[in-house]
Design a protein around this ligand. Structure first.
Ligand SMILES: [Fe+2]
Ligand SMILES: [Fe+2]
Length: 295
């Protein structure tokens, strides 16, 4: 059996630090063979940089997936073609930098990872994720790859569940990302595909989707544009662990991961548990960028 950990959207420095600090222990405790993380919010909540991708890969991550915020840090566009383990959604139009899938050799055989983005309530509007994913799954299976994982970055639960059901029996895991809130519907479908509608995030627990509470509340209260700093304090590490029979590619077990990670300072009560006061949000009102809440 090959044991795989998938962690949801890493939010900012707190999320990165928690993931990098916790991964070696988790790998040991859970006897993990393969680790995938979604890094679309790893750089201050917006996108990912080449340096952050390198840090995560060095920490033991095998593949980094992304989503609608993939290009927020422009410099990463040049990095994508150089790093096949960093994925962007496969259903971007022809010509987008990088790739939406990768197959890696492991001690337990080949593992294929695919990243796709949904179309319901999502921007930018992309090609059909189902068509793109099904074509890639068939190409992988024809090449003899049986352990196949899909990060489906999407808002609507219906779109995510439909994707999982459509692929049942052909892939090992379909896990959703993007909402930053973990769902409790983990299961193995009849055909042997493990499924979870959303993995949740790896970001500050006392927050709104990883962002400072006061800023987001202020935005909803006033309707005015503001910034959303990444919140502080202990991090909620969310994801899923799946055990897969490497011969058939069928999932044998699936379990959610949802734990609180505190730095030694936070654990001893010296860290700040909550984000700063509302001052930051008012200051942010001067910024006309109109940045929306990250998801
Ligand atoms: Fe997203
Ligand atoms: Fe996200």
């Amino acid at each position: 059996m090959i044991r795989i950990l998938f962690l949801g959207d890493i939010v900012g420095e707190p999320g990165r630090k928690a993931v990098i600090a916790r991964l070696p222990e988790l790998k040991e405790e859970e006897d993990l063979d393969f680790i995938v993380v979604n890094g679309e919010n790893a750089a201050g909540g917006r996108g990912i940089t080449s340096k952050i991708a390198i840090d995560l890969l060095r920490a033991g991550v095998a593949v980094i997936t992304t989503g609608d915020h993939v290009w927020d840090q422009r410099e990463v566009m040049d990095y994508f073609p150089t790093e096949p383990r960093l994925l962007r959604p496969i259903n971007f139009p022809e010509g987008a930098p990088g790739s939406g899938s990768v197959v890696l050799e492991t001690g337990k055989g080949k593992v294929g990872v695919i990243n796709a983005q949904g179309r319901v309530f999502m921007n930018p509007p992309l090609e059909s994720p189902l068509a793109a994913v099904e074509a890639e799954v068939e190409a992988m299976r024809t090449a003899g790859v049986r352990v196949i994982l899909l990060d489906f970055h999407a808002e609507a639960t219906s779109e995510k569940i439909a994707m999982g059901r459509a692929l049942d029996g052909r892939v090992s895991l379909v896990v959703g990302t993007h909402t930053h809130v973990q769902t409790a519907d983990e299961q193995v479908f009849p055909g042997g595909t493990a499924f979870l509608t959303d993995a949740g995030m790896c970001g500050p627990a006392e927050s709104v989707l990883g962002r400072e509470i006061s800023s987001v509340v202020w935005r909803f209260r006033t309707g005015l544009p503001t910034r959303f700093p990444v919140a502080k304090g202990p991090v909620r590490l969310c994801g899923v662990i799946v055990g897969v029979d490497e011969g058939s590619g069928q999932a044998v077990e699936v379990r959610r991961v949802d734990e609180l990670f505190a730095t030694p300072e936070e654990a001893s009560g010296r860290g700040e548990l909550r984000a700063e006061s509302e001052g930051g949000s008012r200051e942010g009102a001067k910024n006309p960028s109109g940045e929306g809440p990250e998801v």
